[in-house]
Design a binder for this molecule. Structure first.
Ligand code: NAD
Length: 375
């Protein structure tokens, strides 16, 4: 297989061109790289992490140490020992360790500019609203909430507080993903026809919060299928008008007593593009394919913390495209600070998360009723 290479400079320039054509205009990587040539560097902002579980400890705290414009300054946790150990590791002043009861007193701490919510899904809305009441900006993990109603409250609370809300959509800051979007927008595979988006993994411990409906809000669709949905939206650059879906759960499996095990859904877009999306808590799936009239683009793995691979076929053999990697985690945090400083547009906004929640509710309604649902 022949390999195409995109230089970092060319890639960033192409991303900027891609922005103009993209309907999802806030999905752009140039600013995500957070090193625009003319932008004066913003003052580093202090981040408080709320919930120090697997993702915060495994990805976000290491990620912020690679950021240029962010620093970890506070932790909010129900486990004081764990919080003290992480504070030592990241040089956080122990006086800036909070728990869920004294969380609201972050309002008196000027070191904290941004609160990053990394809690189970059903806690996102409450802790986001409390952060806005404390006068802080917020990044909240995906899915932003467990209902459209909550998501709307979060968007409204940001406006009332005069603060900004970003959702932890890290693929918006991934360079092979952006290169694929640019290729589609540039017409490299001809007019887009069909998108396939598959995401899933085999979930373990039946007692974890992801399998508890009250805490998760739903099953594989909420947790991993949201990536298939997001990919269908950013690859097409359109918003779906209609959805049709099925869900399935093996009632005899202790993992799937409360939430769905598998969800497949189809999306219809205004141009006629159709997306066929799969998500699963019981199969490993990780691939996006965009089929155009004259070729196809493949992202496989389609979503990963790093190492997303982009391949393109313009009617002939498939070619790997070598895209310079950019760090998703420092990228999303630096990107937010750059946007707050006025150096770049906001991406992965609360409104973008709210739109996903509207479509997710339509998907669940279709699966429940057996009928297609207009969005
Ligand atoms: P986790 O179970 O590893 O951590 C959850 C944290 O919440 C823990 O610190 C736990 O102590 C705390 N917590 C507080 N109240 C809790 C309660 N009632 N039940 C359970 N935990 C409670 O989960 P995680 O994988 O870190 O996920 C946290 C959030 O991050 C979720 O919204 C998830 O969707 C999101 N996430 C995003 C990505 C991504 O790639 N963007 C990856 C993983 C997780």
């Amino acid at each position: 297989m022949r390999e195409l290479t995109v230089s970092r400079r060319k890639f960033l320039a192409a991303s900027a061109i891609g922005l103009g054509a993209a309907a999802l205009s806030n999905f752009n990587l140039r600013e995500a790289s957070a090193d625009g040539p003319t932008a004066p560097p913003p003052k580093p902002l202090g981040f408080a992490f709320v919930g120090i579980g697997g993702f915060a400890m495994g990805q976000l705290l290491p990620g912020i140490t690679r950021a240029k414009y962010c620093k970890p300054v506070a932790l909010v946790s129900g486990h004081p020992d764990k919080a003290r150990a992480q504070a030592r590791r990241y040089n956080i002043d122990p006086k800036n360790i909070y728990n869920y009861d004294n969380y609201d007193s972050i309002k008196d701490n000027p070191d904290i500019d941004v609160v990053y919510i990394v809690l189970p899904n059903s806690m996102h809305a409450e802790y986001t609203l409390r952060a806005f009441q404390a006068g802080k900006h917020v990044i909240c993990e995906k899915p932003m909430a467990v209902s459209v109603k909550e998501a709307q409250q979060m968007v409204d609370a940001a406006k009332t507080a005069g603060k900004r809300l970003q959702i932890g959509y890290r693929m918006h800051f991934d360079s092979p993903t952006q290169a694929c979007i640019n290729a589609i927008r540039n017409g490299d595979i001809g007019p887009l026809q069909i998108i396939e988006a598959e995401t899933g993994f085999r979930i373990g411990d039946p007692s974890q919060w992801r399998l508890n409906r009250k805490l998760s809000g739903g099953g594989c669709l909420m947790d991993i299928g949201i990536y298939s949905l997001s990919a269908a939206r950013y690859l097409s650059g359109e918003e779906p008008t209609e959805v049709f879906a099925h869900t399935y759960g093996d009632a005899s499996d202790p993992r799937f007593k409360e939430v769905e095990q598998n969800c497949d859904f189809q999306l219809k877009f205004p141009s006629g593009v159709l997306a066929s999306c799969l998500s699963s808590y019981n199969a490993n799936l990780n691939r996006y394919v965009a089929h155009g009239r004259n070729g196809r683009c493949i992202l496989e793995p389609g979503q990963a913390y790093n190492g997303v691979k982009f391949q393109i076929s313009k009617g002939r053999s498939l070619q790997a495209v070598d895209v310079p990697p950019l760090d998703q985690f420092s990228g999303e945090m630096d990107g937010f600070v750059q946007a707050l400083a006025g150096n770049s547009p906001f991406k992965a906004t609360g409104e973008e998360g709210l739109q996903d929640m509207r479509i997710i509710e339509a998907i669940y309604e279709s699966a429940r009723t057996g009928a297609s649902v207009k969005v």
